[in-house]
Design a protein around this ligand. Sequence first.
Ligand code: SAM
Length: 282
Amino acid sequence: MAELPPLRTVIARHGLSASKALGQNFLLDEQLLSRIAAIPGELRDQAVLEIGPGPGGLTRALLRAGARVTAIEADPRCLPALAELDAAFPGALRVVAGDALRVDHDALMGGPYAVVANLPYNVGTALFTRWLGGDAWPPRWTSLTLMFQQEVAERIVAAPGTPAYGRLAVLAQWRSQPRLALRVHRSAFTPPPKVMSAIVHVVPTPAPAGVSAATLERVTAAAFGQRRKMLRQSLREIPGALEALDQLGIDPQRRAETLAVADFVAIAGRLGSASAPADAPP
Ligand code: SAM
């Protein structure tokens, strides 16, 4: 196995002072990085898409696990450090310089792939909704292993009836299974962020038949947009929604947070794709 310099040395040698604008909080503890790389399961000879490798701490853990890694990095300062990793693991690392939000991941990877990323909050959430949205299912990715602010991770795995339950939970749970895999203390990062973090692991499951992702998103946006209101009020702007509640035997006096994910799926299934606006977000 390749001997690599400590990550602190790599950071110092390449002058990688953390950029706030790029949300850079680096993980330097190699034991922790190995634990994170183990979350997706056996990676030997598996294609992995890593977003935001930075100085390459998680990247080296993935390479040591035997993965074939494609890494997209927005900060050109990190490229020389990543080139050293490329030299240490010949043929196993491909680095793509650029903004991961502007890259077609499926086209880049060409086949099935696992996603692993420790990303800034805004980029992570934007990519998460993109990976989980759209009508093409199953997706080309086989799992997502993603670091989030702990509060966002809790919203992703939240159960009905809890304060964290909302749009993100329904998006993440209606045709995939998310679990909170690891809590990561803020002190594990350099520099430490203000908030705690957690890693969510998501695997796709079969999609319910006849349900449009855009319609489901429209229903959950309306229902949770006014989460203190009864469904008969929050869903009244969606044509056919109140009739759907009636047909499904869902009391219109209930509030969104009391409905199971399956209830939202059933409502969207009744509405078909007709009530999805053309410009619905994924
Ligand atoms: N993976 C490294 C680690 O765990 O130490 C770095 C994590 S740091 C929180 C986030 C990384 O994502 C940084 O290297 C940053 O430059 C990169 N990044 C930020 N926005 C990005 C984007 N839109 N596309 C690709 N990389 C991005």
